[in-house]
Design a protein around this ligand. Structure first.
Ligand code: F6R
Length: 611
């Protein structure tokens, strides 16, 4: 969702910005643009891909040492050249890029229109920019002061970066609610929505906080709050390699990330889970054990795939820790009037750590006295920083828009947290604890065994790629896996897919079943096995096309289902980390077979920074 890149320093700005925008493509966007200071302000923008913008600029004089660039994910106004960023102020001297939504833009626009301002786009961004220009004019003040005054009137979320024709040696940026990272180089500074456009040049970064303003010159970085007080920038070292954000020989990031899972789970367990000592080391849990083990209730807030991980965690926590758990869509939780009491623990799950709904849900719960524990992938992200405690998933950068490796890493972390609390609370026997530790330890190797299914799944995808609809069914721990499988299929292949608890099928969805409908069962061997076999029989009796994820050694289901994907046996509590993999591959291959851009599915954004 909207990518921001800016540069000021000794290099040519355009190549840095263009490369940066390409690195941010995974966030999802529909148009792109750059503004460069080169003998005056030049703004170029184009609907479509960054490559379209690049092509349209061949032959242009793009020489500049400062500039700003943007990929836009439309909110106000259709995707078009006109609505693409950067926007230019009425007097032509300022250009601005923006990520977020200005909620009171209509009011500001009316005020400006009364003063004679005209607008070239439908965006809230152009309104804010002209509002800043107007303040500059009326108050006879510099840009920094005008930005500060304007932001005090603004309702909404934003990252903005401005460039000023009259001050080519300065960029001004501000943040509230959307992510912004500054890269600190030698005689140069970078700005971006995340670290991926920056790591090639410097590993020293500053994460800008809400209500902070950054004033950047090639060799100076000043951070201030909106009250004009200076803040000392906290420079951190990035623990990220360039290779981690490149495709490394795979056709798509999504496939690379599916294949990385044996390693990401290994990394996630490394240094934490020790089967020899029988311990789990997680400082975020250990340091807050009192709060966690005496929680009256755990409320999990998340969105999308992370919400599915939360559903599985609900089963795990209730089983192991004997604590009531509720799982909420962050977007619903934030707007209703939930009952939260002292002693409630919120677990916020997020890959990006920037999902706007999850951030606001956390803030709301905190106001009412809850303790916030974040399970986040992106180090230094907003949710990681606003949580009271947390555990990183350490899955590495996830670039494919559809979440894959982050999901399994979330499950691994959540299971370890539950095991650690259960051990402390003594709600788990020593024998079961050690058995589950061992099961967790074996997951990376078992994941490795699943990946050779890739070719078989490709063939299966070819067979089913023309389906119009699909139904995904599972029970127990595998019910959320069915939801996740259906989500993966719809986002990547645009095939309508529904996930259901298998036993719910006969309360409605069974009406959909005919000879055309693929019905995907997540039916690994667990305590529901006999039950799900009955559900498979029910679909078979109605001639649905059965596809099943089953455990090695299962000889019963293959007699009912022609299309089988086998995964290694595992305890039901950890089985979702395995049973989801064939479903990720199935969705991926159908998307590819249909010729879609699986890394950037239409209309989707990787980091959903608007509500
Ligand atoms: C699905 C997907 C989304 C995200 C959701 C939450 O493949 O990627 O459903 O899971 O937008 O994002 P995070 O986890 O970053 O909060």
């Amino acid at each position: 969702m909207c990518g921001i890149v800016a540069y000021i320093g000794h290099r040519e700005a355009y190549p840095v910005i263009l490369k940066g925008l390409k690195r941010l493509e995974y966030r999802g966007y529909d148009s792109a643009g750059v503004a460069l200071l080169n003998d005056g302000l030049k703004v170029f923008k184009k609907k479509g891909m960054v490559a379209d913008l690049e092509e349209s600029l061949i032959g242009e004089n793009l020489h500049a040492h400062s500039g700003i660039g943007h990929t836009r994910w439309a909110t106000h106004g259709e995707p078009s050249d006109r609505n693409a960023h950067p926007h230019q102020s009425s007097n032509g001297k300022l250009a601005m890029i923006h990520n977020g939504i200005i909620e009171n833009y209509t009011q500001l626009k009316n005020e400006l229109q009364k003063k004679g301002y005209q607008f070239k786009s439908d965006t809230d961004t152009e309104v804010l920019l002209n509002f800043i220009e107007d303040i500059q004019k009326n108050n006879q003040c510099g840009l920094e002061e005008a930005v500060r005054i304007a932001l005090k009137r603004v309702v909404g979320a934003y990252v903005i970066v401005l460039i000023d024709q009259d001050h080519p040696d300065t960029l001004i940026a501000a943040r509230k609610g959307s992510p912004l990272v500054i890269g600190v180089g030698k005689g140069e500074h970078f700005l971006a929505s995340d670290a991926s456009p920056i790591i090639e040049y410097t590993k020293e970064v500053v994460y800008v906080n809400d209500y902070e303003l950054a004033i950047l010159k090639p060799d100076e970085l000043i951070l201030k709050n909106l009250g004009n007080e200076k803040i000392t920038p906290f420079i951190q070292k990035l623990d990220l390699e360039l290779a981690a954000i490149e495709k490394g020989g795979y056709d798509h990031f999504m496939l690379k990330e599916i294949f990385e899972q044996p390693d990401t789970i290994f990394d996630c367990l490394r240094g934490r889970l020790d089967i020899h000592k029988g311990t789990i080391t997680m400082a975020g849990v250990q340091n807050h054990m009192e709060k966690l083990m005496h929680a009256n209730r755990i409320i999990i807030v998340a969105c999308g795939t992370s919400w599915h991980a939360g559903l599985i965690a609900e089963y795990v926590f209730e089983e192991l820790c004997r604590v009531p758990v509720e799982v909420e869509y962050a977007s619903e939780f934030r707007y209703r009037n939930p009952v939260i009491r002292q002693g409630d623990v919120i677990i916020a799950i997020s890959q990006s750590g920037e999902t706007a709904d999850t951030i606001v849900a956390i803030e709301k719960a905190r106001e009412q006295g809850a303790f916030i524990f974040g399970v986040v992938n992106v180090v230094g992200s907003s949710i990681a920083r606003i949580s009271d405690a947390g555990a990183y998933t350490h899955a590495g950068p996830e670039i494919g828009v559809a979440s894959t490796k982050a999901f399994t890493a979330q499950l691994a972390v959540l299971t370890m947290i539950a095991l650690k609390i259960a051990k402390e609370k003594k709600t788990i026997s020593e024998e079961r604890y050690l058995q589950l530790l061992n099961e967790m330890h074996e997951i990376p190797e078992k994941l490795r065994e699943i990946l050779p299914l890739n070719e078989q799944i490709r063939a299966l995808a070819e067979k089913h790629k023309d389906a119009k609809d699909a139904l995904y069914l599972g029970r127990g721990y595998n019910f959320p896996v069915a939801l996740e499988g259906a989500l993966k299929l719809k986002e990547i292949s645009y095939i309508h897919a529904e996930g259901y608890a298998a036993a719910e099928m006969k309360h409605g969805p069974i009406a959909l079943v005919d000879e055309q409908l693929p019905v995907v069962f997540v039916a690994t061997r667990d305590s529901y096995h006999e039950k799900i076999i009955s559900n498979i029989q029910e679909i078979k009796a109605r001639k649905g096309k059965i596809i099943a994820v089953i455990s090695e050694g299962d000889e019963v289901i293959p007699m009912m289902a022609p299309d089988i994907m086998r995964v290694p046996n595992a305890d039901e509590l950890v089985a979702p980390m395995l049973s989801v993999i064939p479903l990720q591959l199935f969705a991926y291959h159908i998307g590819v077979a249909k010729g879609y851009n699986v890394d950037k599915p239409r209309n989707l954004a990787k980091s959903v920074t608007v509500e």
